[in-house]
Design a protein around this ligand. Structure first.
Ligand code: HAM
Length: 414
């Protein structure tokens, strides 16, 4: 026998018990987001590579080393989507959504792909639930978006949550700050980790993320972008904070908050959970006022977030979901009763019951045992002696006409 084929590293199967919990997450997302007028959108699992190179940023880890990129055989470079914001901006432009009432509010849930080193809470295919609002730079969009993620995480029982908040300001503020930070890093280069030093030109902000103690000591005194914001950006950030205060949402302003994607302007935020290990980010996002234009659309502000479904489940702890109940199990003794049994099970489902049929050729004893395992409320038994209905709670059994089975089961639910 040859060795069994293995699933690729960093991937996992969603088994039924897991799928039940995910259904719950999807339902909660729909409820929370649709109540605020967000509508579901889905984009393809792969896109042209250019979308992410232009949208996410050439200098980011995501684009530099984490993308699954392939040639489609016709000379086009395609990439499995590593994130959902750039694709949604592409769709916004491509479908002329600027003609709709603004902001256009969209939510999504799907799988994303990053070639990262797998560890607890970090996978190569993972699921995100996300929300994007395009077409308004009103600070209320930012605050509402953040509050919606807070509500969703609370609804799902995510524990140990902390919200970090910052503002990156406008593009030119960031460019000037970048130069200032680079000069600071060069001045202290001897105390920085080699990998941080190597990235001073490409991505100096990542120095704030370093786990190296020497680098951390240098970064404790580094200039912060938050202290360099222009008047308008400062006012925008103050308005966002005031709305969050009014909403009673606790947050920490953290000028060292770094996001891994380049498109952010103004508000950025991240929810972390103390329940998670090194990969503590449950969900995060921010404003991306230049992204649509960068992708060839008219200047359009945008704000949104994404949260990792697996990290939500890890941080919410084990909350096993019960199997749906089985109202009726249709057993039969003798193959000549299969057709009648099949018909009763089908009609019962049409009538709105959860009904299953014996499908594995078990004897009557085996069928009753299986019905017990499924926690079936009733078992109909079809055989040469007629039809019986067994109440699995009381153990009582009575004879009845086959056509009376469904009504009898339905009556009990009343
Ligand atoms: P992100 O922070 O890169 O943002 O990812 C969002 C969330 O996805 C993370 O907080 C984490 O929970 C989850 N995640 C990311 N990578 C992995 C992985 N390898 N394994 C498991 N979970 C992962 C974005 O993707 C932005 N598009 C968010 C956004 C939307 N910004 C504005 N709008």
């Amino acid at each position: 026998m040859s060795a069994p084929v293995q699933a690729p590293r960093g991937t996992f199967d969603v088994l039924p018990a897991d799928a039940r919990r995910r259904t719950l997450i999807e339902g909660a997302a729909r409820k929370v987001l649709e109540a605020a007028g967000y509508e579901r959108i889905e984009t393809p699992a792969f896109e042209s590579t250019e979308l992410f190179a232009r949208g996410v940023g050439e200098a980011t880890d995501v684009v530099q080393k984490e993308m699954y990129t392939f040639d489609d055989g016709g000379g086009r470079s395609l990439t499995l989507r590593p994130e959902g914001t750039a694709p949604i901006c592409r769709a916004y432009v491509g479908h002329g959504m600027h003609k709709l009432a603004q902001p256009v509010k969209l939510w999504y849930l799907g799988s994303y792909f990053r070639h990262e080193a797998p560890q607890a809470g970090r996978y190569r295919q993972f699921w995100q639930v996300g929300a994007e609002a395009l077409g308004s730079d009103d600070p209320a969009v930012d605050a509402e978006s953040i509050a919606l993620l807070a509500e969703l995480l609370a609804e799902l029982g995510v524990r140990g949550l902390r919200l970090r908040l910052s503002s990156l300001g406008a593009h030119d503020t960031r460019a000037a700050y970048r130069e200032e930070l680079q000069a600071y890093l060069h001045a202290h280069a001897d105390r920085l980790a080699a990998e941080v030093r190597a990235r001073i030109e490409l991505n100096p902000l990542r120095a704030f993320d370093s786990g190296d103690p020497g680098t951390q000591a240098v970064m404790a005194d580094a200039p912060l972008l938050l202290d360099r914001l222009g008047d308008e950006d400062r006012a925008h950030f103050a308005a966002v904070r005031a709305l969050l205060d009014d909403a009673g949402l606790a947050y920490e302003v953290d000028g060292t908050l770094v996001r891994g994607l380049d498109y952010y302007t103004r508000t950025v935020f991240e929810f972390t959970s103390d329940e998670l290990g090194a990969q503590s980010g449950v969900g995060g996002g921010g404003r991306y006022d230049g992204l649509v234009e960068q992708l060839g659309g008219a200047p359009t502000p945008g704000m949104g977030w994404a949260a990792g479904v697996e990290r939500i489940m890890l941080a919410a702890g084990d909350q096993p979901q019960a199997l749906p109940p089985v109202d009726l199990y249709v057993a039969f003794v003798g193959a000549e009763h299969r057709r009648a049994a099949f018909r009763i099970a089908a009609l019962a489902r049409h009538a709105g019951l959860h009904a299953q049929l014996e499908l594995a050729g078990r004897g009557l004893k085996g069928q009753l045992k299986h019905a017990g395992r499924l926690r079936a409320r009733y078992v109909a038994i079809l055989g040469d002696e007629g039809t019986a209905l067994k109440d699995m709670e009381t153990g009582e059994q009575r004879e009845l006409e086959p056509d009376a089975v469904i009504a009898a089961v339905q009556r009990v639910g009343l």
